[in-house]
Design a protein around this ligand. Structure first.
Ligand code: SF4
Length: 654
């Protein structure tokens, strides 16, 4: 690969002309046709009149780079399972009130464009990291067409494919050049009424339909269509049916349609998330009308994200949340019956999985010193809004697990996709731990939503140290999330390990063979441990003697993580608020029940009164804690049932 212009030599922009009369210039790139006076910027904010010429102010600048699964774009018929190097810039030529990437696309702060990257450096990074393609995404690449085109040209020469994720809002003049080197596109068809486009996106429908027809009939670009289904705005069966009919009449039956779930965001926070059932119905309408490939997105629903052969109905590509299962494509067709499956396929699928890996592309304007490095040790930042969303989603996941209810989508994609190496979810009743489960990978990142979706339901029902959480109890529990990063296996051994640990900063993972124990950083602080005690505790957590950390055959990994938490939704019952006679009667009754001699005790009548609170028994004896909970009935009934369940499960300390 050869170097071309350094990124500070921004190529001249195209698609604009000077007005015949007056001193304005007119942008011909998108149907808005912005008329710009000196120093004025267009609606997209990134194209600007400087000295009577149009300038693209974001050429060579990006909000950041990530390697994603291609299914995330979403593209289900384009090199399935392969990694795609994804990046975007700032600004947008539409004004969607429901924008799911508003912090990027609506940003007028060019400072968010934290990374400089020439097209050559981007292609080099894609090759070096094993990506099969580069995606222009996160914000619409139409407004940074020159940067995208130059990158696509170089990528093609280097055997890397390119993908545009776009609203298709582009003029007929600009279309051919924009898509010439683009191998695949996902076009956002936001709705099928011009009223929707005008009122909710400040745009028009027809130019988008024209782009779709042009892509089908006049380009070689593979494309799929995505519609974000927004409750009450574009979700009527009639509108979805009309849209499908238009696709069939104008594009044919083999353009894949994706119906994805809306999350309340940006200026449309008052509208609820899309019910899963609405997506199911939209997909059913498409299939009934004759569309061969229709998918649901932004929800957990593998069955409706698989690709089925339209001829023999076998699964040809099995998916589970961006992760592939069975892959039955041979020579571009169904391995079972040979039916051609439209798209770009190889006989082997990729195996990138669902992970998301951020990349830092260090680029300079010289031909020297280009470097690309994985930055998966960076601490993910969680502002207050993000923390609130993650905690709310985690509570929802726990509650869904307890009540055996379906999981509804509640995380906006820009939060769901935050890369993270691991996390733990903890539930606490007051200061007592009630459950704590997590998962991590020290060598790669995953979307934080995927980590939460594994940990939160498990903490409700699968922490074997505790009984499962019961619905009546959950409102009294606080929930804490600890995202993990900066994993580092210590080289120190023996006593030297004591000095290598920073209390309050480091969590510990001690292992030998298959066995390992993990303690989060806050445990040492909450329990008042010094480094030596922390090492002893993690040794015991791993199932070893407490001096196991001194042995040379153990490994010790430190990691960092700052927890954040939400309070219980109900006030804990304050035992001291009980009338003294009740308290005085409760303790001996509980002791009698747990010692298996209830018959020896006369139950005071005061305990026969009904209790409206979910009452539980929490016993603390030394380091042992046991819980039991029961709701309903009189105080004595609740105590009796709670003690019975403790005894039945053998969780009463001697
Ligand atoms: S690309 Fe930007 S400047 Fe050009 S017409 Fe569209 S919004 Fe206006």
């Amino acid at each position: 690969m050869t170097e071309t212009a350094p990124i500070n030599l921004i190529p001249a922009t195209k698609w604009w002309h000077a007005e015949k009369e007056g001193d304005r210039i007119v942008c011909d790139l998108c149907p808005r046709e912005c008329r710009l006076g000196e120093e004025q910027r267009g609606f997209c904010f990134v194209r600007k009149n400087e000295g009577g010429e149009m300038v693209l102010t974001t050429y060579g600048k990006s909000t950041g780079f990530c390697i994603d699964p291609i299914e995330k774009k979403p593209l289900n018929h384009f090199l399935p399972g392969t990694p795609v190097l994804s990046f975007g810039t700032a600004g947008c030529n539409l004004g969607c009130k429901f924008c799911q990437n508003w912090d990027i696309s609506k940003s007028r702060e060019i400072e968010i464009l934290s990374q400089n990257a020439s097209p050559e450096a981007i292609v080099r990074a894609a090759k070096k990291s094993g990506c099969r393609s580069i995606a222009f995404t996160y914000n619409d690449p139409v407004i940074w067409a020159e940067y995208a085109i130059e990158t696509a040209k170089i990528a093609r020469a280097e055997g890397i494919k390119t993908v545009a994720v776009t609203a298709g809002y582009i003029t007929p003049e600009a279309r051919p050049e924009f898509f010439e080197f683009i191998d695949a596109a996902n076009v956002d068809l936001k709705a099928f009424t011009d009223v929707f486009y005008r009122q909710l996106a400040y745009a028009r429908l027809d130019p988008v339909l024209d782009t779709l027809k042009w892509l089908k009939h006049e380009s070689n670009t593979w494309f799929e269509i995505t519609t974000l289904i927004i409750p009450g705005q574009n979700d009527s069966p009639e509108e979805i049916g009309r849209m499908c009919d238009w696709v069939l009449d104008n594009l044919g039956d083999d353009v894949p349609l994706h119906f994805t779930a809306f999350h309340p965001d940006f200026k449309m926070r008052d509208i609820p998330a899309t019910p899963h059932q609405t997506l199911i119905e939209a997909r059913a309408i498409a299939l009934d009308r004759g569309i061969k490939y229709a998918y649901v997105g932004n929800v957990l629903d593998g069955d409706r994200q698989n690709t089925y052969c339209p001829s023999c109905r076998e699964i040809v590509i099995e998916r589970n949340h961006y992760e592939l299962g069975r892959y039955q494509i041979r020579d571009g067709g169904c391995a079972n019956c040979g039916e051609k499956i439209p798209g770009v396929f190889e006989n082997e699928a990729g195996n990138w999985g669902r992970k998301r890996l951020p990349l830092s592309i260090r680029d300079t304007t010289t031909t020297q010193n280009h470097a690309m490095e994985a930055s998966n040790h960076e601490e993910p930042t969680f502002n207050a809004t993000t923390q609130e969303a993650l905690l709310g989603y985690a509570r929802h996941l726990v509650e869904s697990a307890i009540l055996n209810r379906p999981i509804l989508p509640t995380l906006p994609p820009r939060i769901a996709e935050i890369p993270c190496q691991g996390l733990f979810v903890s539930l606490k009743r007051g200061h007592l731990l009630r459950g704590c489960i997590g998962n991590y990978r020290s060598d790669e990142t995953h979307p934080i939503s995927a980590l939460l979706e594994r940990a939160a339901p498990s903490v409700a029902t699968q922490d074997r140290r505790f009984p499962s959480i019961v619905p009546e109890e959950f409102p009294y529990l606080s929930l804490e999330i600890t995202p993990m990063h900066a994993f580092r296996e210590l080289a120190e051994t023996g006593e030297d390990r004591v000095g290598a640990i920073e209390i309050g900063k480091h969590g510990l993972i001690l292992g030998r063979g298959e066995k390992r124990g993990l303690l989060l950083p806050q445990v040492a602080v909450e329990q008042g441990y010094d480094a030596r005690t922390f090492l002893e505790q993690v040794s015991q957590k791993a199932g070893f003697p407490k001096d196991a950390w001194l042995r040379e055959d153990t490994t010790l990994t430190v990691f960092e993580g700052t927890p954040f938490s939400s309070l219980p939704t109900s006030q804990e019952i304050d035992p001291t608020s009980f009338p003294r006679p009740i308290l005085e009667a409760l303790a001996p009754l509980t002791n009698a029940l747990l010692s298996g001699k209830p018959g020896e005790m006369q139950v005071p009548t005061i305990l026969n009164q009904p209790c409206n609170h979910p009452l539980g028994v929490i016993l603390e004896v030394g380091d042992h804690r046991t819980f039991a909970l029961h709701a309903g009935g009189s105080l004595v009934d609740q105590i009796r049932d709670a003690c019975r369940s403790l005894l039945a499960e053998g969780r009463v300390p001697d």
